[in-house]
Design a protein around this ligand. Structure first.
Ligand code: ATP
Length: 323
């Protein structure tokens, strides 16, 4: 029978993680369980950084970005010794089940822990949206809106100065965020890790638009693309004379992460937090809780770890038609 659960956030922070913590804690308490927070992700598990969390302890965090529990990348957890130490601490604290809120790497770590026999449930949270097992993950929508706001602003200045702008968005090796930002922002070109980029083709396209009287352009580059902002800027600058125009580049970087979560992420995080508590109550462990076909669902870790969600190539084609 479940008495005590613990929750942690791991990997890159994502807007909405706090809403997920709040949901896990309050839904857990509503089941009559004691709830603990673990500081700094897997590092805190190894160091035994547990704290009891009551209903009021998670008050006032729903609207804040980041994570109240802190997050960390922890190399030690990748070793068996590290994970065994973590498990010993969990048993010592009397924790019956652990909720891991995080992205691909974090869920791989959670899977490793569950393979040792500890009851774990994951909650899909990363701005990269690269997790198989959830159509959308906590943080994506807010990060996308932040990127979009920057793109809209840069478009204004690009058209005032007759320039081409390159905006680099995050997403690691997954082009989802860049593709959606490019599609929603009306970018002239998008570079992605999943699709080969021909920089000459982009240049020719900009040139053609210029000849037709369009004196500004915006390119969205994914950080993981071969032609990210740096590589594309270098290409344009190298061939400046021949191409006939110069570019400016902006890397949004961590600005994308820190914002206050929007309504979608708050609601998604609240639902998935409850989904994790429900899975624990059913004693369904070693699974990731995500949203599939608009329904809170669980997927066994075996089916998701080591995989990356595929890009929707049709949306890339659509962006090409619309630009
Ligand atoms: P995001 O992609 O949103 O930044 P993430 O969860 O993918 O988040 P990672 O840095 O990839 O972030 O992973 C977070 C942590 O998960 C790592 O620092 C490590 O502690 C743990 N982890 C990752 N891979 C493994 C693994 N194979 N075995 C054990 N632990 C792992």
């Amino acid at each position: 029978m479940i008495k005590n659960i613990a929750v942690l956030t791991s990997g890159g922070d994502a807007p909405g993680m706090n809403a997920a913590i709040r949901s896990v804690v309050r839904c857990g308490i509503s089941m009559g369980w004691n709830t603990f927070g673990v500081r700094n992700g897997f590092k805190g598990l190894i160091n035994g950084q547990f704290e009891a969390l009551g209903t009021r302890d998670v008050g006032g965090i729903l609207q804040t970005g980041g994570t109240m529990l802190g997050s960390a990348r922890c190399e030690e957890f990748k070793t068996l010794e590290g994970r065994e130490l973590a498990m010993r601490n969990l048993y010592q604290k009397g924790v019956d089940a652990l909720v891991v809120i995080g992205g691909n790497g974090s869920q791989t770590g959670a899977h490793e822990l569950s393979k040792l026999g500890f009851p774990v449930v994951g909650v899909a949270s990363t701005i990269d949206n690269d997790l198989v097992g959830s159509d959308i993950t906590i943080g994506v929508d807010t990060a996308l809106n932040i990127a979009l706001e920057a793109i809209d602003r840069l478009k204004v200045t690009a058209s005032s100065h007759q320039r081409a702008f390159i905006v680099e968005v995050m997403g690691r090796n997954c082009g989802y965020l860049a593709l959606m930002a490019g599609l929603a922002g009306g970018a002239e070109a998008i570079t992605l890790p999943e699709i080969k980029t021909d920089p000459e083709g982009i240049a020719a396209k900009l040139r053609q638009s210029y000849d037709h009287g369009k004196y500004h352009a915006l390119i969205v580059a994914a950080e993981g693309a071969e032609y990210n902002a740096e590589a594309l800027t270098e290409f344009f600058n190298e061939h400046k004379e021949r191409l006939g125009f110069s570019v400016r580049s902006t890397t949004l970087g961590h600005v994308q992460r820190g914002g206050s979560p929007g309504a979608s992420d708050r609601i998604l995080a609240s639902k998935l937090g409850k989904g994790a508590v429900d899975a624990i109550a059913r004693e369904e462990f070693g699974v990731l809780v995500g949203l599939k076909n608009n329904t809170v669902s669980t997927t066994p870790y075996e089916e998701i770890t080591g995989k990356t969600k595929e890009l929707d190539k049709e949306l890339f084609e659509l962006a090409r038609i619309l630009d």
